[in-house]
Design a protein around this ligand. Structure first.
Ligand SMILES: [Zn+2]
Length: 185
């Protein structure tokens, strides 16, 4: 199946690294769009997520997907009635226990800059796993929502003042819903 290019664009709409990472699979349960198709995709996600450059290989890609699905399953357990599974808890803990990369300053002719050396993918996944732990056990857990579009499965933290955000984003699903309403009236 050919997937349009824009469907493979990583969404960063959730407000949390952990949920953005879960969103690297689109339209779960229907089209199942896998946006982490190669190790390079994983490295690109890390950079676009603002987590710095990283080096990823095929084993990292497989590991990343394992962490992602564990996070997804745990988030679902907070949204629905299914109890959280010990296996998913163990996976997230395993990834979170890895050391993260320390940021460092460089100095050139009296001017400081941020040294941007590429981190191993495992360090990036550790940041994502730790964010997942903070998310699932912090105040944001109660604000996790599922986009109301019937085929979109993106998750986000509803930080809107009224707590009535319905769509992953107005550009994606909000606009489509508006069009549907206009057409049906
Ligand atoms: Zn959506």
């Amino acid at each position: 199946m050919r997937v349009a290019v824009d469907l493979l664009t990583f969404p960063f709409i959730s407000g949390r690294h952990a949920l953005d990472f879960v969103g690297t699979v689109g339209k779960r349960g229907s089209a199942d769009i896998e946006r982490l198709q190669t190790a390079d995709d994983l490295a690109r996600w890390s950079e676009e997520a603002g987590l710095g450059r990283s080096i990823a290989d095929d084993a990292d890609l497989e590991a990343a997907r394992r962490l992602r699905e564990a996070l997804y399953s745990l988030v679902l357990s907070t949204l629905g009635d299914d109890p959280a599974r010990p296996v998913d808890v163990a996976v997230v803990n395993e990834f979170a226990s890895v050391e993260t990369a320390a940021p460092s300053l460089g100095l050139r002719s009296g001017t400081i800059y941020r040294k941007d050396s590429a981190a191993p993918a495992s360090a990036v996944l550790a940041v994502v796993a730790r964010d997942g732990i903070d998310l699932l056990t912090g105040p944001d857990a109660a604000l996790i929502r599922d986009c109301e579009d019937p085929t979109c499965t993106l998750l986000f933290v509803d930080t809107s003042r009224s707590h009535r955000r319905r769509w992953c984003s107005m550009n994606r699903c909000g606009a489509r819903a508006k069009m549907r309403t206009l057409r049906s009236t």
